[in-house]
Design a protein around this ligand. Structure first.
Ligand SMILES: O=C[C@H](O)[C@H](O)COP(=O)(O)O
Ligand SMILES: C=C(OP(=O)(O)O)C(=O)O
Length: 458
């Protein structure tokens, strides 16, 4: 078992991207209270997700992870949470049917309140203030008061996460995830989308599958619940450390703030505090890999974070950008496989493809996002390894933050509904478009089965 007795060891390592909390005593008071608070998730749930991720690693399942770039406290509303959940459930049905594999669903939800930034400060009209680092740290409003990090926000992040999780748990077990309803939503999408015809055949197949199951005597109304997990970037180490819990029965230690935590591109230094902290928790974990990632650094991360080479423990989320993915990914996958490791490989086609529109908005083009996913799948196909899934920034709302997609958002549309607190998200329609396109890619060379995954080491 991993040694977890010293969960504070990260304090001896340099921690990148931490806020400059102005009042250390106030921070200690808040984290002290969080250390006494009930966990948001339980170890057994994290273990369950590890099992699911092991199936992804072996090519027997697909990961679908998505949600806001930055959750905000004012959007902890029924409509907003339900919209994201609905979008993810719809995507999952499409992907599962196309691949004949289970889809492991993880929301970038119930904890995605902290953001790493390229610059510590933002300047507007000659005024310089700390950058917005997520609602868990400071406010988006460009005033000195709002931008000053306030540790009471950590407590608010915990409470907002608890409220979100509560609704997610109620919806996913209370009938909202009913397969017929989700399929009916997809039917509505196909009928209303600019590119709907393209997806008609797949929707027809799902109809026939449901009819076939009923004909076989399966009570499809029983398919009314969905397994759903939550995750976020484990960026704020004071918060994460306060919420770690060791289970007396097993001695295993979990970050109890979410089921799956990831380390971002800016904090994955193998000698840094984040890697140290993550090496001490037993959750399934992920690491983002950007375009400059070297094979050596990935092997070091593997040794630090998955020394037992346990499938399901570690996921590499590659976000190299559409232009670089086909060059960067093959060596990384080959070198990792040569080590006898079986991590999950997942594509984040958002973070390597951000551009600034003429209007000044940060945006991403749907076609570029799609191209990165295509490159990711192509590389895995050529190596005989499993393209394990996608990690995307999305919302259930009809926002205009990314350009393109079936109901095309043009660059000049961006100001109409640009609501993200940080990076641009796919809207509901674009997200479903992506799911149908990915389904086509997965189908491109026959069904994905464990047999198709023969080239992986274990
Ligand atoms: O979501 C990821 C990062 O926090 C974000 O891309 C950083 O954006 P910035 O480059 O504007 O700081
Ligand atoms: C910051 C993020 O991504 P990355 O670390 O890949 O830049 C993110 O996913 O919010």
């Amino acid at each position: 078992m991993r040694q977890t007795e010293n969960i504070s060891s990260w304090r001896n390592f340099p921690a990148a991207q931490q806020p400059d909390w102005p009042d250390p005593a106030a921070l200690r008071a808040v984290t002290g209270r969080l250390a006494e608070a009930p966990p948001l998730v339980f170890g057994a749930e994290c273990d369950q997700l590890r099992l699911r991720m092991a199936a992804v690693a072996r090519g027997e399942a697909i990961l679908l992870q998505g949600g806001d770039c930055a959750e905000t406290f004012d959007r902890v509303t029924t409509d907003s949470i339900r919209g994201k959940l609905k979008t993810l459930l719809q995507m999952a049905v499409v992907l599962s049917h196309a691949t004949a594999l289970p889809v492991v669903k993880v929301g970038r939800m119930a904890g995605q309140y902290a953001k790493p930034r390229s610059g510590a400060h933002e300047e507007r009209a000659g005024v310089t203030l700390p950058s917005y680092r997520g609602d868990a740290v400071n406010g988006l409003e460009f005033t000195a008061a709002s931008r000053t990090p306030d540790p009471r926000r950590l407590r608010d992040a915990y409470e907002a996460s608890a409220r979100t999780l509560n609704l997610i748990r109620a919806l996913t077990t209370g009938g909202f995830a009913d397969l017929h309803q989700v399929h009916a939503w997809n039917r509505g999408f196909v009928a209303g989308s600019g590119t709907g015809e393209r997806y008609e055949a797949l929707a027809d197949e799902i109809d026939r599958t449901l009819a076939f199951m009923r004909a076989c005597g399966v009570d499809t109304r029983e398919l009314g619940t969905a397994e759903f997990f939550v995750g976020h970037e484990g960026l704020l180490l004071d918060y994460e450390a306060a919420l770690t819990r060791t289970e007396p029965e097993t001695g295993r230690t979990y970050a109890a703030s979410g089921h799956l935590l990831w380390i971002g591109e800016r904090t994955r230094d193998p000698d840094g505090a984040h890697v140290e902290f993550f090496s001490r928790i037993d959750n399934p974990i992920a690491v983002k890999l950007g375009p400059t990632t070297t094979a050596d650094s990935v092997l070091t991360l593997l040794d630090r974070l998955d020394p037992d080479r346990a499938p399901g423990r570690l996921t590499f989320v590659v976000r190299a950008g559409a232009e670089r993915i086909r060059d960067v990914l093959p060596t990384l996958v080959e070198k990792v496989a040569a080590e006898g490791a079986l991590p999950c490989w997942v594509s984040d086609p958002m973070h390597g493809n951000t551009v600034t529109a003429p209007s000044g908005h940060k945006t991403r083009s749907f076609d570029t996002v799609l191209d990165e996913v295509r490159g990711f799948v192509e590389v895995h196909r050529s190596l005989g390894t499993h393209p394990g899934g996608i990690h995307i920034e999305l919302t259930g709302d009809d926002v205009t933050e990314c350009t393109g997609g079936g109901n095309t958002v043009r660059p000049e549309d961006l100001p109409h509904r640009y609501e993200t607190a940080c990076d641009p998200r796919l809207n509901h329609t674009q997200s479903l478009d992506l799911a149908f396109r990915l389904a086509e890619m997965y189908r491109g060379r026959g069904p994905l089965t464990p047999a198709a995954h023969a080239a992986t080491p274990r």
